[in-house]
Design a protein around this ligand. Structure first.
Ligand code: ADP
Length: 401
């Protein structure tokens, strides 16, 4: 029997809360929105009911409890609501960033799961505590609704040990769980599954490389339906060059810059997370690829360098994962840049020619839709697959409840 219900998907940050209400049967988004500046002066809720005008509700949100209360009020409001009562929300799916080694799939949240998420906070100090606040606030407002935790790291738990171990003293792994975990798992899972559907095959029979290129960016190697490697590590700082994050660097640089600039390790860490990536490479021009594209076209050398270096790094990871999987059938581009940015996709595909990839340049210009961009004679099928993390969270929530 197929049960149909509305699933509320929650992505809670330290001062914000994003939500979507999804009908599990039709997979339609009934409403979505964002509560911003929670706990800060000037908090506001933007609520977008499907097919109706967006509403902006300016109301004090001293804490997340109040934010969730306002979200429920908006969802059930006579005028801009989409359901008549809380009873029409059958389950809540929470995005949780770090599931460590404990969580290999989505789980129903109980006190023990909450304790585990809390314990994993040392691995994701900015994210897990905020995710927990979201869970508690929803529980306070909807005590009888089942809640599910969907982890960013879970999909990558199939990586073999040779892919997730760092070459550090082994006791760091045993004592502190220092290893690679990977992130964006919900997206890599969703996109690799859908990519297989687009060629009419089962993911179990394919070798797929997913390039999730957003503000945060990561590549994953999905072999026979399981992740075997991914570019982010213990934290989301490793791997590709990102909007403001450095990705891979020589770890000795940290001490060197500390000494040269008189900074603490924490300060250099903040530079690596917030002032590096294409923002740093472009000489602080922008972390946004639309700005970089425009500047590069206007002849800005820093912007060109940022774009070149970015594409080169993505291509190197694709090369490495082709080797890791001993072959590739599909390369899928997703997220902000992967779905929309011609320069990035074309820049990466230029390197792929060596592998026998032939892409259609006209198709590479098309934005934001499921599309095979390679020619039939191409050795590898290259495609654009828009990600949908909220839908994936809603589906996983349904599976659990
Ligand atoms: P996040 O990781 O914050 O979810 P996104 O997936 O939204 O990030 O990706 C943001 C990036 O996508 C930005 O660098 C932005 O410039 C790029 N992007 C979004 N839309 C376009 C577009 N139409 N053309 C070029 N780049 C785009």
């Amino acid at each position: 029997m197929v049960i149909s219900m509305n699933v509320l998907v929650i992505n809670c940050g330290s001062s914000s809360l994003k939500y979507q209400l999804i009908d599990s049967e039709t997979e339609a988004v009934l409403a979505k929105g964002l509560a911003e500046r929670i706990g800060i002066e000037g908090s506001c809720l933007t609520h977008q009911p499907a097919g109706k005008d967006k509403v902006r509700i300016e109301a004090a949100m001293p804490d997340h409890n109040e934010a969730v209360r306002l979200v429920i009020e908006a969802l059930t409001d006579q005028e801009h609501g989409v359901v008549s009562s809380l009873a029409e929300i059958g389950a809540v799916g929470h995005r949780v960033v770090h599931g460590g080694e404990k969580f290999t799939k989505a789980v129903l949240i109980d006190d023990e799961v909450k304790k585990d998420i809390e314990e994993l906070s040392s691995l994701a100090p900015l994210h897990n505590p905020a995710n927990l606040i979201g869970i508690d606030s929803c529980k306070a407002n909807m005590p009888d609704t089942p809640m599910v935790a969907v982890f960013d790291t879970a999909f990558h738990q199939t990586m073999p040990k040779k892919a997730y171990m760092y070459a550090l003293p082994y006791e760091y792994y045993e004592k502190y769980k220092v290893r690679r975990y990977g992130f964006h798992g919900t997206s890599h899972d969703f996109v690799s599954k859908h990519a297989a559907e687009l060629v009419g095959k089962d993911r179990k029979d394919l070798k797929i490389i997913v390039c999730h290129l957003g503000n945060g960016a990561s590549v994953s190697a999905v072999k026979n339906g399981e992740c075997v490697d991914t570019s982010m590590g213990m934290t989301p700082l490793e791997g590709l060059i990102m909007g403001t994050r450095s990705g891979d660097i020589d770890p000795a640089i940290i001490e060197y810059i500390c000494k040269k600039e008189g900074l603490t390790v924490e300060e250099v860490n903040a530079v690596l997370n917030k002032k590096s990536g294409v923002l740093g490479l472009s000489n602080h021009l922008s972390s946004d690829f639309r700005d970089l594209d425009e500047a590069a076209q206007g002849g800005n050398e820093y912007a060109k360098l940022a774009l070149d270096t970015y594409c080169y790094r993505v291509a190197k990871y694709i090369g490495a994962y082709a080797m890791a999987m001993q072959g590739v059938d599909i390369i899928a581009f997703t997220a902000g840049c992967g779905e929309n940015n011609y320069a990035v996709r074309a820049g990466v595909c230029e390197y792929l020619k060596y592998l026998g990839v032939v892409v259609n340049d006209e198709k590479l210009h098309i934005r934001g839709e499921d599309l095979i961009v390679s020619e039939p004679e191409s050795s590898i099928t290259v495609m654009i697959v828009p990600t949908n993390e909220e839908l994936s969270i809603a589906r996983q929530t349904m599976e659990v409840v």
